[in-house]
Design a protein around this ligand. Structure first.
Ligand code: TMP
Length: 216
């Protein structure tokens, strides 16, 4: 059986990643005939979901930035080993709502952790599970934060961090996209969900052709 593929969605707050993940899973199943798994970070395995609770709630100053980066990497290690790699081995296409680039953007560009140290950690933790495609949903900071305010669960520590941090992480995602252009595509997340989905689908077809069989 062919190994599955790993696609990550990335972006700032309110960019619509979870909606786009669900839409992409349905489209992949219908058009490529593959089995899909939608997962998320921090989280995606029982242990990582427990670590998530420590990260997304409580006071903004709860963690030192490096402690926070290590917690995200601990959660990611568990998620990769327990959920992502086993699914890929079964031929499942895994769609993850956030992955390693979120640590670079939030803890690195946003919170000032050394990018070289974070790259070293990413290599150790992600290993062979680098995404085949990363879709960065880009949105002006104010528009994204306004969308999260309309949600009922706007309690995340990160959504409450200052605007300047959100601007830095947005620029961080764009720098990551520029430096790894073979893997990353930037998608304008301003239009309605169906239009964004069509842009996502175009990138997926451009990367994978017309389905699992035609993939390199
Ligand atoms: P979510 O709201 O997109 O589900 O993600 C929870 C928060 O975690 C989000 O505000 C971004 C943050 N985050 C990081 O700061 N670093 C990371 O590595 C990941 C995966 C998420």
């Amino acid at each position: 059986m062919a190994r599955g593929r790993l696609i990550s969605f990335e972006g700032g707050e309110g960019a619509g990643k979870s909606t786009q993940s669900q839409l992409l899973c349905r489209r992949l199943e219908a058009s490529f005939g593959v089995e899909t798994l939608a997962t998320r970070e921090p989280g995606g395995s029982p242990g990582a979901e427990e670590i998530r609770a420590l990260l997304v709630s409580g006071q903004i100053e709860r963690w030192e930035p490096l402690s926070e980066a290590l917690l995200h990497n601990a959660a990611r290690h568990d998620h990769v080993r327990r959920t992502v790699l086993p699914a890929l081995a079964r031929g499942v296409w895994v769609i993850t709502d956030r992955f390693l680039d979120s640590t670079m953007a939030y803890q690195g560009y946003g919170q000032g952790v050394d990018l070289g140290q974070l790259s070293g950690l990413a290599e150790l933790v992600v290993g062979a599970a680098m995404p085949d495609l990363t879709l960065i949903l880009d949105l002006p900071v104010d528009a994204g934060l306004a969308r999260t305010e309309r949600r009922d669960d706007a309690t995340s520590r990160y959504e409450r961090m200052d605007r300047a941090m959100h601007e830095r992480l947005r620029r961080g995602f764009l720098s990551i996209a520029e430096s790894d252009a073979a893997r990353c595509r930037v998608i304008d997340a301003s239009p309605d969900a169906d239009s964004v989905h069509e842009a996502v689908w175009n990138s997926v077809r451009e990367r994978f052709g017309n389905g699992a069989q035609s993939v390199d």
